[in-house]
Design a protein around this ligand. Structure first.
Ligand SMILES: CCCCCCCCCC/C=C/CC(=O)SCCNC(=O)CCNC(=O)[C@H](O)C(C)(C)COP(=O)(O)OP(=O)(O)OC[C@H]1O[C@@H](n2cnc3c(N)ncnc32)[C@H](O)[C@@H]1OP(=O)(O)O
Length: 283
């Protein structure tokens, strides 16, 4: 098995682990690119056009983290290869008129990815090089630090604008990042923030003017985290995150049932259908 450190610089890592529920190696590796750098890896989402988090995309991200941790990778920069978009969040088509089996797999895979990334022993930096609504914002918040490209992109948990409700673990991640009051307001309003606004409320840590600067700043940020003794850094992170992680770990089944029942209601299905139409009409 190839290790992250043994592959040639910038070479794409194949996905090697097999699982009955997981997609094939070829389909997963086309969605996420892993590049080895000196002592860390860049994880680029490359599901065109908008890195929507479909079941396959979620599993590809999960699989990447499994491989990286197995290969003793110490840190990652999570970013996007899609111009102008970090991630458009959950693939709305997964929730619209789904089959029960697929909807279950979809949500359960998302729970797994959140538990992996939010609780990762690796140091994690999100390089948010474009829009990051809802699930895209969640992915970024799972990281230890967020660098955002300044410009027209927006970031936030906009679920209520779609007539859906961010689950407790989305809320916990938000509260742990920006605090209770800002979260209460932004969750209700489904606020999407400009990079400047996101910086002001602590949703992102640094802004960068262009991609060249972004890469350098993200690398420097990751190195700062990696200079700290790993166990001390990880256990300190867990002091903040462990309650939320424990909560979902202990209530996964109930959370899954709640999501499935909620997603299948007529009101939610109608709302998602209209939202999909409005996205399609734009083009
Ligand atoms: C009682 C309590 C119980 C609680 C339990 C229930 C909990 C349920 C919670 C579920 C949580 C959901 C979290 C989410 O992530 S929902 C998704 C939210 N995402 C969005 O709102 C983003 C929508 N997209 C956009 O705003 C824009 O696309 C963009 C990201 C700003 C990019 O704009 P741009 O102009 O560049 O691109 P287009 O809009 O033209 O899009 C290109 C094509 O991509 C399709 N698209 C976009 N986003 C999505 C998406 N999220 N899922 C699927 N498809 C998407 C779009 O339709 C275009 O497709 P087309 O080319 O075929 O027209």
């Amino acid at each position: 098995m190839m290790s992250v450190t043994s592959i040639a610089r910038n070479k794409v890592l194949p996905f090697l682990r097999k699982s009955t529920k997981m997609q094939s190696t070829a389909s997963l590796s086309s969605l996420v690119k892993l590049e080895e750098k000196q002592g860390y890896a860049v994880v680029s989402m490359q599901k065109t056009p908008v890195n929507s988090l479909s079941l396959e995309m979620i599993q590809a991200l999960s699989q990447s983290l499994i491989e990286l941790e197995k290969n003793k990778c110490k840190g990652i920069i999570l970013t996007s290869a899609c111009p102008g978009i970090f991630s458009a969040g959950l693939d709305i088509r997964e929730m619209y008129q789904p089959t029960d089996d697929r909807l279950n797999q979809f949500w359960s895979s998302l729970q797994t990815l959140w538990l992996q990334l939010y609780g990762s022993k690796m140091a994690t930096v999100a390089l948010i090089n474009g829009h990051a609504p809802a699930g895209g914002c969640l992915l970024a918040m799972c990281c230890d630090s967020r660098i955002m490209l300044n410009g027209k992109s927006k970031i936030g948990l906009n679920e209520t604008k779609l007539g859906i409700v961010a689950p407790s673990w989305f809320k916990d991640t938000f509260v742990n990042t920006i605090g209770v009051r800002q979260s209460e307001r932004a969750l209700q309003l489904g606020s999407l923030f400009s990079p400047e606004e996101a910086l002001k409320i602590g949703l992102v840590d640094k802004l960068v003017p262009d991609m060249e600067t972004a890469t350098a700043v993200a690398e420097a940020e990751l190195k700062e985290f990696l200079q700290i003794p790993g166990m001390a850094r990880y256990l300190s992170k867990m002091k903040i995150r462990e309650a939320a992680i424990k909560d979902l770990s202990e209530t996964r089944e109930a959370d899954l049932n709640q999501f499935v029942n909620f997603a299948k209601t007529d009101a939610v299905q109608k709302g998602l259908g209209l939202y999909l139409q409005s996205l399609a009409k734009k083009n």
